[in-house]
Design a protein around this ligand. Structure first.
Ligand code: BGC
Length: 756
């Protein structure tokens, strides 16, 4: 059913219009029965549906309809595979259609500013390019089947501490280059049906009432056509929010919201045409949702579980391997770790899914390997192992390892360590888990039995106490309901590990660039590290890390060669592009997949720039001995930075370095690209420095000519120039050192402006 929006706008009363810009209940928009406007249903979330057709809640407390729990965003991002994200998106849409859900509330593309953020499991990466490309694929997948998405949480929602009130103070270049691009990429390439504004403030204004974010950036700069919906309860002041660009408040602040809007229109504080604009957007959303509605449809539970398993396996990142993986099929395996039996496969909060089934590591291991000895090794509750139970658990773990050919120890973060709603305060694994690992390693050490360690966590943990005991270390993330079977696929070698880190694993929390400024206090958090989050910060400070961004091993080896970079287009035409071609060869004995990663450096920039940033990647699967040329296209943005002075993206002329490899610190192949571009500089004025005037061809000509008439003065002297060159011309005019008085300076500045 298509709604005639113009006709409806003419017939709706003021009260009905106001009601339409707030929901009618937790998960439903407001219907207007007399005009045939139905309510549509929205539901979380990013890695599985949490449909609550009855009474709802937004913190994951109440039950929801069974749905496939796919790997969380941290895990999915480690696939570095847009087509996997797209397939998961399509499956989410099929489940949404079956439950009559019109808009899936996800994905979340907030940057992982700090590894401590309790909600990092719901976010993709510390890198905006990677997050943007993967989220675009997921949104495209969901929307291709007539279900909407809600890209969230816009913007600068990078912590849970005081998330409803905290003011994220972040400079514009950092916002434009780090915190906004993933949103921008999805909006400009996939037009999500809705964008969800964040709870927090951004530079003093609530995201829900921030005209710069909701109108200037989102609509005017990026051309967003959909509905801006509030995070649940994020509207603190109804009318300013509506004026700033918020279209739909969810859920309604019952008894207050529509009344506030009606009163504002009557009092003249809100022009009714503004309200009409917001209502029209909501109606267009309702219209497209009802046109596409799929009630009564079903989906294939088994096929979705199989997809969840494949995605979980592809998410696994192999961090070290001394040859103990893949497991020898005839090996006697001892499995240790309560998390293998009582799996943690998703995070808590609004994204929590009621899974259709769950494969634990223990069940999957027994199914695939036959007999597997198991010992829990540690309790999942906060119980010290020093007591009798603890000692008994350690003894039991030692005993199962004694008769094994290989030990697999599963450790990770208990649910109480990370969740929506609060942040972690450290990166440590629980003490009793490390004790269990040490006990197993000691026992295994006496018979040279390898110890494979599997990590289960939503965001990175500290591994320095794990590494000495691990013959192989595997990062399995929170891999969804099929995490156990997906993990076994990798451990047994049925699937080559092709996951790569989408976030740096630091040696210690204190090394993280955001450490000194996270999570702030007194309702303020200052993004003091600026653009230097994640690998950008570690690389700039040349700091050691446990495992770098982009890292991950395969069971086979890949070699990259024959890098060729060619450019087309021109900066002036806004269509500069570079094609990066590289040959990838599987030089090992097994089939496998790797991710070719392409980073760009701008060593000649006139402004501060990162050592390198990820600007393109491609995943390739190759049979042993096979080889393929991979092409990655970089667009103009890959070479750009945001100029606050010019209020736009700029590319400077000069030499760029394109570096290609298999992770951010393994970039053996490099090529130089020379870019022609107009000189980038803010307009010259009386207050520009002498250096700035002399660096500009016309500026130099005008200044030199103006001083040539008289004595050039001491300031132009070679020895003094480095010192006084940094002074504004107006100051030099005060001193008279340049023989260029105020009147002459005015004339020079006017002439320069006139010729631009
Ligand atoms: C979360 C959102 C979620 C919403 C609805 C909020 O608390 O921040 O991500 O979509 O609740 O459950």
């Amino acid at each position: 059913m298509t709604l005639d929006v113009d006709d409806l706008l003419a017939r709706l009363t003021l009260e009905e219009k106001a009601a339409l810009t707030s929901g009618s209940s937790f998960w439903y928009t407001a219907p207007v029965e007399r005009l045939g406007i139905p309510a549509i249903m929205v539901s979380d979330g990013p890695h599985g549906l949490r449909a609550q057709p009855g009474v709802g809640d937004h913190v994951g407390i109440g039950g929801s309809l069974p749905a496939t729990c796919f790997p969380t965003a941290s895990a999915l991002a480690s696939t570095w595979n847009p087509s996997t994200l797209r397939r998961v998106g399509e499956a989410l849409a099929r489940e949404a259609r079956a439950s009559n859900v019109s808009v899936v509330l996800g994905p979340g593309v907030n940057m992982k500013r700090s590894p401590l953020c309790g909600r990092n499991f719901e976010y993709f990466s510390e890198d905006p390019h990677l997050a943007g490309v993967l989220a675009t694929a997921m949104v495209t997948g969901i929307q291709s089947l007539g279900v909407g998405t809600s890209l969230k949480h816009f913007a600068a929602n990078n912590q849970e501490t005081d998330r409803l009130r905290v003011d994220a103070r972040v400079d514009e270049r950092t916002l434009r280059e780090i915190y906004l691009p993933a949103f921008e990429k999805v909006v400009t390439s996939a037009q999500p049906w809705t964008v969800m504004c964040a709870y927090n403030k951004v530079n003093g204004l609530s995201a829900s009432a921030n005209p710069w974010l909701l109108t200037t950036v989102l609509r005017e700069d990026w051309g967003f056509e959909g509905v801006v919906v509030s995070d649940w309860g994020a509207v603190y002041d109804r009318v300013p929010a509506l004026l700033a660009g918020l279209d739909l408040e969810m859920p309604p602040a019952l008894g207050r919201s529509p009344e506030a809007v009606v009163t504002a229109v009557r009092d003249g504080g809100l022009d009714e045409s503004v309200l009409d604009d917001r209502v029209a957007r909501v109606l267009r959303l309702v219209s497209r949702a009802t046109e596409a509605a799929g009630a009564g449809e079903t989906f294939d539970l088994d096929a979705h579980h199989a997809l969840a398993r494949a995605a979980a396996a592809e998410s696994v990142v192999l961090l070290t391997n001394n040859g103990s993986l893949p497991l020898d099929p005839s090996a006697r395996v001892a499995l240790v770790g309560e998390l293998a039996r009582t799996p943690r496969f998703q995070g808590a909060g609004s994204s929590q899914v009621n899974p259709t089934r769950v494969d634990s590591v223990l069940d999957a291991a027994r199914e695939v390997l036959g007999e597997v000895a198991f010992a829990p090794g540690y309790p999942l509750e906060d119980r010290p192992t020093a007591d009798a139970d603890g000692a008994a658990l350690l003894d039991e773990a030692r005993a199962v390892v004694r008769d094994a050919d290989v030990a697999v120890v599963v450790v990770g973060l208990p649910a109480s360590h990370e969740s929506e709603g609060f942040d972690r305060t450290h990166l440590d694994l629980p003490r009793e888990q490390l004790e269990a690992l040490r006990a197993v390693a000691e026992e295994a050490g006496s018979t040279a039995t390898p110890v494979v360690v599997v990590l289960v966590n939503g965001s990175v943990v500290r591994v320095d106490e794990v590494l000495p005991h691990a013959s192989a270390l595997v990062e399995a993330w929170l891999g969804g309901q099929a995490a156990g079977s997906g993990l076994l696929d990798v451990l047994t070698g049925r699937v080559d590990p092709s996951g790569r880190l989408a976030e740096t694993m630091p040696l210690r929390l204190e090394d993280d660039p955001s450490f000194l400024n996270f999570p702030g206090d007194s309702q303020v958090v200052t993004y003091g590290e600026g653009r230097y989050i994640g690998y950008r910060g570690y690389d700039k400070a040349d700091r050691q890390v446990a495992f770098p961004f982009g890292f991950g091993l395969s069971y086979t080896d890949f070699e990259l060669s024959d890098l060729v970079v060619g450019t087309t287009g021109a900066v002036e035409d806004d269509d500069l592009a570079a094609t990066v071609a590289v040959r990838v060869t599987n030089t090992g004995q097994r089939a496998g997949a790797t991710v070719v990663q392409c980073y760009v450096a701008d060593p000649e920039a006139s402004v501060d720039r990162e050592v390198r940033t990820l600007q393109g990647f491609a995943k390739v699967t190759l049979e042993p001995g096979a080889s393929e040329v991979v092409e990655i296209v970089l667009d103009q943005r890959a070479f750009s930075w945001w100029s606050v002075q010019l209020d736009r993206w700029v590319v400077e002329a000069g030499r760029f370095v394109v570096a290609v490899g298999q992770h951010s610190r393994d970039l053996a192949l490099t090529a130089e690209v020379h870019v022609d571009a107009p000189r980038v500089a803010p307009p010259l004025t009386r207050d520009s420095t002498l250096h700035e005037w002399l660096a500009d061809p016309l500026g130099r000509e005008l200044v030199t000519a103006a001083v040539a008439g008289g004595e050039p003065g001491a300031a132009m002297d070679d020895e003094l120039l480095p010192v006084v060159g940094t002074m504004p011309m107006s100051t030099l005019a005060n001193f008279g050192g340049l023989s260029l008085g105020h009147d002459a300076l005015d004339a020079v500045a006017a002439e320069w402006t006139a010729r631009h």
